[in-house]
Design a protein around this ligand. Structure first.
Ligand SMILES: [Zn+2]
Ligand SMILES: [Zn+2]
Length: 442
């Protein structure tokens, strides 16, 4: 090899190292949040506060920054890249609620609950003032409508007070207003509210508040949409990462009705006892609150023509899952299920599992993870959600993997089983597993 060629290789590799280092530096700088962005990440619970707040040289590691960004992206429904790309950076500027997204020390393991509700069904409210753009009588009227959206889902009754202390006190305020959570002028944080037993709802009076807005009124903030969200907090709910839900933290218009996620949160807070297995008579109808939201599977949905020839043969198939439930063997493959007792397939099987587990959404195309709880309920997992059915296959609950303390980065479970040995539930994703203690709910 000639000297010249060696020299060329040397230069080329030097250049490669240089460009790697410089592009990496640029990448790191781009991905490191500004001071304002860091305070956003801390304020909403994505970054921990530094141990020593007076340490001026304190800097977060790149790892903790990108973990925080990933969590923020997950909550907002963006791709979880951990990188501060333009779409992610837009979140820092968006109009939103000032309440934390992630509570660092949840008192319960359920995602949408910070604490209990009011512990009673009659709750009073009082509007203390109007905003500079929305008179008090309009605020009162819009509050009444917003409360009416929530009332049926907790069996609640709201009464308006005109003097004295109400449970939920509604007011407009600017910047520092005495509760330790100052507002920030026009834009970004538009309101915040406190959970029971505090219950106050504050709206930032530096926003232009309005109602029945047209599409071109971007500067104006819709009072009704924000009020419906803040009432959720005042009743005890925290933020939800379900984008279509009312409890999603970023400002969305219009708000017309609650999402199933909001309703399940309310039932958990105010109707848990009423909806328990013992109290609700067995019926083929959906329980309260589900009927309008969870479509029931009907015969019309089934394409009859190709029914017979597409059933997999149980003897030759690879099962999606096989599980002992109710002393029988349940086998799932594609959209079909078999129930086997004493080595004999029970009458009527195979059936499509959607006909048995009525209430599972259509996008659940296969069942891989299913198990019988100690109380006899049957839980079906799909992606990051689960559906809990009674012994008689009646849907009683929809929840998320976070209820089982499964970290956000796990896309789905591959197997779940209840161990007879230690009465713990094992939740498995390929080679990783989590143990869940049913009695202690953790
Ligand atoms: Zn909020
Ligand atoms: Zn406040």
């Amino acid at each position: 090899m000639s000297a010249c060629r060696l020299c060329f290789i040397g230069l080329a590799s030097l250049f490669a190292v240089f460009s790697y280092v410089s592009s990496r530096t640029i990448f790191l700088e781009l991905n490191y949040p500004t001071k304002e962005e860091q305070s956003f990440l801390k304020k909403y619970g994505y970054l921990p506060e530094p141990q020593d707040k007076k340490d001026l040289d304190f800097a977060y590691s790149l790892h903790s920054i990108s973990e925080a960004v990933r969590k923020m992206q997950a909550f907002a429904g963006l791709p979880q890249t951990g990188v501060l790309d333009p779409d992610t950076r837009k979140l820092f500027k968006k109009k939103r609620c000032g309440v934390k997204d992630i509570q660092n020390k949840p008192t319960r393991n359920r995602r949408y609950i910070l604490q209990e509700g009011w512990g009673r069904k009659t709750i009073s409210y009082r509007v203390l003032n109007g905003s500079s753009t929305l008179p008090k009588h309009r605020v009162e009227s819009l509050m009444e409508t917003a409360l009416a959206i929530w009332a049926p889902h907790g069996g609640l009754h709201f009464t308006r007070l005109y003097s004295g202390n109400a449970d939920i006190q509604v007011s407009f305020a600017r910047e520092n207003h005495g509760d330790g959570f100052p507002f920030d002028g026009p834009g970004h944080v538009v309101a915040h509210a406190f959970q029971p037993p505090h219950g106050a709802m504050h709206f930032d009076d530096d926003e232009l508040w309005g109602e029945n807005l047209d599409d071109d009124e971007e500067d104006v903030t819709d009072f009704f949409a924000v009020a419906v969200h803040e009432i959720g907090h005042a009743l005890g709910l925290s933020h939800s990462d379900v984008k279509a839900s009312v409890m999603y933290p970023y400002y969305q218009v219009p708000v017309e009705k609650l999402h199933l996620d909001d309703i399940l949160g309310m039932q958990e807070l105010y109707q848990k006892d009423e909806l328990s297995e013992e109290d609700v008579p067995e019926s083929t109808e959906s329980p309260v609150g589900y009927s309008s939201l969870v479509p029931r599977f009907t015969k019309a949905d089934r394409p009859e023509s190709e029914e017979e020839n597409e059933i997999p043969d149980l003897c030759y198939t690879n099962y999606n899952t096989i599980q002992a439930i109710q002393g029988k063997i349940f086998v799932f493959e594609e959209e079909w299920m078999w129930v086997i007792r004493d080595r004999v397939i029970e009458d009527g099987y195979p059936r499509r599992f959607h006909e048995v587990f009525v209430g599972l959404p259509k996008h659940v195309t296969s069942i891989k993870a299913i198990y019988e709880r100690q109380n006899g309920n049957i839980v079906v997992f799909f992606e990051r959600k689960y559906w809990e059915f009674s012994r008689s296959f009646r849907l009683i609950k929809v929840g998320r993997l976070t209820d089982y303390s499964i970290p956000q980065y796990v896309p789905e479970l591959t197997t779940v089983f209840l161990s007879n040995y230690n009465n713990k539930t094992y939740l498995i994703e390929y080679e990783r597993f989590w143990r869940y203690d049913e009695r202690r709910a953790r």
